[in-house]
Design a protein around this ligand. Structure first.
Ligand SMILES: NC(=O)c1ccc[n+]([C@@H]2O[C@H](COP(=O)([O-])OP(=O)(O)OC[C@H]3O[C@@H](n4cnc5c(N)ncnc54)[C@H](OP(=O)(O)O)[C@@H]3O)[C@@H](O)[C@H]2O)c1
Length: 293
């Protein structure tokens, strides 16, 4: 069976993906700045250092590294950290290809928040937007393409990952649990999402079906109103509070409020046409199943 190296494999997606791939028989190594356990390889991309062991066995790299987009306000310093931890880290990884003689495939994490702010349903061939996240994705995907001279490359434009173990859903739970569930801003902004199990299965599907190119990794898009209503329903909490005004979020979160206020509508036809079948496509049943005690 093939050997997979997951860079940034200690995070929300990486931990689950490691389990899924290992269960399927892959040999999995994780690249992390805090290596402690077997199967973890130490690196520090900012200092351009890496422990070289096992790299010669690697057939597939999945790169999930990146400072968390929703963790801190986007000051100029934070924006640099968000960029460097994706772009410079990928460049460093690519500089190591001569130590990776068996590399066959590179899968890059990317983001679905990369399209123009309009009412279109976006497909992968559409132009990038001009906001901070779109520009970040453009640069991140361009450096991922460096691997094309060495192996096959796929870029998964990941949407909001729904998991009971953290991530965006975790942040939305508290107000709803307190009975303060309500739409955010106009509530009409579209939010693409994917269940973490579907996302992990998509990585496996990409490997086993040799997908190449860019794919929107999303099961569905719901309006913020419908998403928040489904969340309140899944938690058996009321949903009648007034909308949270956009200006309040802009005041609290600054430019990062784009994560909840901007609208991204996109299509998953390309990945479906490539044969991938989603297990979780309806927001109500997906949230109910995830939040079931
Ligand atoms: N979760 C989502 O909803 C979502 C949606 C769209 C796109 N994505 C993208 O998918 C990727 C994985 O997401 P995730 O939710 O699993 O993220 P996560 O839980 O925040 O984990 C990211 C991993 O990146 C590594 N990392 C963070 N800062 C780093 C730095 N400065 N240098 C090197 N490594 C660094 C960390 O590994 P160590 O600390 O162990 O080194 C961490 O385990 C990210 O690039 C994210 O932007 C995620």
């Amino acid at each position: 069976m093939k050997t997979v190296l997951i860079a940034g494999g200690s995070g929300l997606i990486g931990k689950k993906l490691n389990q899924v791939l290992s269960k399927r028989g892959y040999k999995v190594y994780t690249l992390t700045r805090k290596a402690k356990h077997r199967g973890q390889i130490y690196w520090n991309p900012a200092q351009q250092t890496i422990e070289g062991k096992h790299l010669d066995k690697v057939n597939i790299i999945i790169n999930l590294t990146g400072e968390n987009i929703g963790e801190k306000r986007w000051t100029n310093e934070r924006k640099k950290a968000l960029r460097d931890s994706r772009v410079k880290t990928t460049q460093f990884l690519h500089s190591l290809v001569s130590n990776l003689p068996n590399l066959e495939y590179y899968i890059a994490a990317s983001g679905i928040n990369c399209y123009e702010q309009d009412n279109e349903i976006h497909v992968e061939s559409d132009v990038y937007g001009t906001d901070f996240l779109s520009k970040l994705v453009k640069e991140w995907e361009a450096v991922s393409d460096l691997f094309e001279s060495n192996c096959k490359v796929a870029k998964l434009r990941i949407s909001m990952v729904l998991s009971k173990r953290g991530g965006a859903l975790d942040k939305m739970l508290l107000p709803v649990k307190l009975g303060l569930g309500s739409p955010i801003g106009t509530g009409t902004q579209m939010m693409p999402w994917i269940h973490i199990d579907d996302l992990c299965n998509l990585f496996v599907y990409a490997i086993e079906n040799e997908l190449a190119g860019t794919y929107n990794a999303m099961a569905n898009c719901d309006s913020n109103h419908d998403f928040m209503k489904a969340l309140a329903k899944a938690l058996k909490r009321p949903f009648f509070m007034p909308k949270v005004p956009a200006f309040l979020l802009k005041l609290m979160l600054g430019e990062m409020s784009a994560l909840v206020l901007d609208s991204t509508n996109a299509s998953n036809e390309k990945v479906k046409n490539a044969g991938f079948v989603f297990q979780h496509e309806a927001i109500e049943s997906t949230l109910s199943a995830l939040l079931k005690r």
